[in-house]
Design a binder for this molecule. Sequence first.
Ligand code: PLP
Length: 159
Amino acid sequence: MKNNIRLSKSFLGTEEIKAITNVIKKDGYLGMGNEVYLFEKEIANYLGVPKEHVVCVNSGTAALHLAVQSISNPGDEVLVQSLTYLSSFQAISACNAIPIACEVNENTAGISLYDAEKRITKLTKRKHNDQHMRAAETNPPTHRHLSDKFSLGPKKRHA
Ligand SMILES: Cc1ncc(COP(=O)(O)O)c(C=O)c1O
């Protein structure tokens, strides 16, 4: 198809294939093997947080679900950029929160903070982190500016 905008390209080289093959041969399965434990430990060390604060999940969708679950309450409105993957919206709906689609900043392909500001209501609790497709908005308002101005923050704290 012509004129499609490619958002990402996956890369799986010989090193990754070898690593996966070793895990299957050694542990017999991928999800709960020792490699996952070691990876969580490595991430915890890197972030300087206790090991129990790092949890690996099996997909980006599961990670989004967990992230939204940890900071939202049912009925919260969560601002999401429209140029994203479907699971950004699904994760919010799965937590009985309400996804509010926002326009995209044409310079950065991230959320338009000008549009986001217009959509903030009393029910708005969070801006959904607009993931890897975003770049910093070039002009004010900034994410911090909006969060501070409208007291957008998690009720539940998370690691
Ligand atoms: C931005 C974004 N979020 C979430 C996902 C979902 O990830 P997964 O397919 O691992 O559930 C994708 C998948 O491509 C994605 O591009």
